[in-house]
Design a protein around this ligand. Structure first.
Ligand code: LMR
Length: 400
């Protein structure tokens, strides 16, 4: 019955890994997916995560029962505290409904479906460009997706004027997707002053913020600093949605662990919001998995393990920053035409190189370097060993 079915294309990001895995070249480098690698190019399981798993393993009373539809209650509480701050007024006033979801994507999808069912505006504005999965997630959630200007290719920085203009002309009440920090794919974030202007404009027009926080700790190396944007929006007493992922900052990619928090106008509303979120989740996947959330809760509840986590996180962030400097220096020493200062100015896991899709294809063909066709490279996939090879490839691509 499926004989006439067309072959679907590979995912623009995860498909890069599929192609990379098929390439027999010994010099191949995967800079596609945003996943941290060590200097040796290996995936990293944080030491603190291994310790947490050991604790869980050694606990004989641990069972494999279903979690509630909303997930592990302690994980939800600790996750809200991590993102909004322990002294957040919204938490103290019990105005936050948090549900454990399947990492960032699952949190966005549950939030999107909730909004499509219960919010009076069905249009979400996403930055141009944004993570490739955002438009698909929200369209399938039942929302209409439009975009606002974000990135200026001429400056390789923020198009702040365009952003303000587009948010100003969005109909009152529209949903606005914001990257909490380390914007994917551009690595370009608003300054705190710019965030304040965005906040004022959005609140004055009753635009509803939907934050995506996939890189808390990866922009500045500090968990608190990386949520400043979010906390400004919570401090004003207004409502918002927050999709939170532990894939990158705890290296729990395959455990699919994240949370959706909805900051509501009152404690009473938060209770009803949570009840409706359960109706979204139950027919989708019943309830979330136990293991990853237990790891996170074990680490967040213990101050000594929490501190170890922050040190390991900072080490990952610092290695990425050092890769930026090394790549910049390597291009400079080759005299590669162009201004490459954005490599050191952009933040987080990615550099938005400015290379076009033909140059990306050339680098794959001739140098076995794999990246997304929009010219994004995952700095976390680089090492001192592979920087010269990448610099040679970029040099050849821009001078061919
Ligand atoms: C990325 O942008 O590379 C990551 O968020 C991984 C993914 O699922 O796309």
């Amino acid at each position: 019955v499926f004989a006439a079915l067309a072959q679907a294309p590979e995912d623009p990001i995860l498909g890069v890994t599929v192609a990379y895995n098929k390439d027999p070249s010994p010099v191949k480098v995967n800079l596609g997916v945003g996943a941290y690698r060590t200097e040796e190019g290996k995936p990293l399981v944080l030491n603190v995560v291994r310790r947490a798993e050991q604790i869980l393993l050694n606990n004989p009373s641990r069972v494999k029962e279903y979690l509630p539809i909303t997930g592990l209650a302690e994980f939800n509480k600790l996750s809200a505290k991590l993102i909004f701050g322990a002294d957040s007024p919204a938490i103290h006033e019990n105005r936050v409904a948090t549900v454990q979801c399947l990492s960032g994507t699952g949190s966005l999808r549950v939030g999107g479906e909730f909004l499509a069912r219960h919010y009076h505006e069905r249009t979400i504005y996403i930055p141009q460009p944004t993570w490739g999965n955002h438009p698909k997630v929200f369209t399938l959630s039942g929302l209409t997706v439009k975009s606002y200007r974000y990135y200026d290719p001429a400056t390789r920085g923020l198009d702040f004027k365009g952003l303000l203009e587009d948010l100003s002309s969005a109909p009152s009440g529209s949903i606005i997707l914001l990257h909490a920090c380390a914007h994917n794919p551009t690595g370009v974030d608003p300054t705190i002053d710019e965030w304040e202007q965005i906040r004022k404009l959005m609140r004055s027009k009753s635009l509803l913020p939907f934050f995506d926080s996939a890189y808390q700790g990866f922009a500045s190396g500090s968990l608190d600093k990386d949520t400043q944007s979010v906390r400004m929006f919570v401090a004003d007493g207004g409502e918002l949605l927050m999709a939170q992922s532990y894939a990158k900052n705890m290296g729990l990619y395959g455990e699919r662990v994240g949370a959706l928090s909805i900051v509501c106008g009152s404690a009473d509303v938060a209770v009803r919001v949570e009840s409706q979120l359960k109706l979204v989740i139950r027919p989708m996947y019943s309830n979330p998995p136990l293991h990853g959330a237990s790891i996170v809760a074990t680490i967040l509840r213990n101050s000594e393990m929490f501190n170890e986590w922050t040190l390991e996180l900072k080490a990952m962030a610092d290695r990425i920053i050092s890769m930026r400097q090394q790549l910049f220096d390597a291009l400079k020493s080759r005299g590669t035409p162009g201004d490459w200062s954005h490599i050191i100015k952009q933040i987080g896991m990615f550099t938005f190189t400015g290379l076009n899709s033909e140059q990306v294809a050339f680098m794959r063909q001739e140098y076995h370097i794999y990246m997304t066709s929009d010219g994004r490279i995952s700095m976390a996939g680089l090492s001192a060993r592979t920087v010269p090879h990448l610099a040679d490839a970029i040099h050849a691509a821009v001078t061919q």
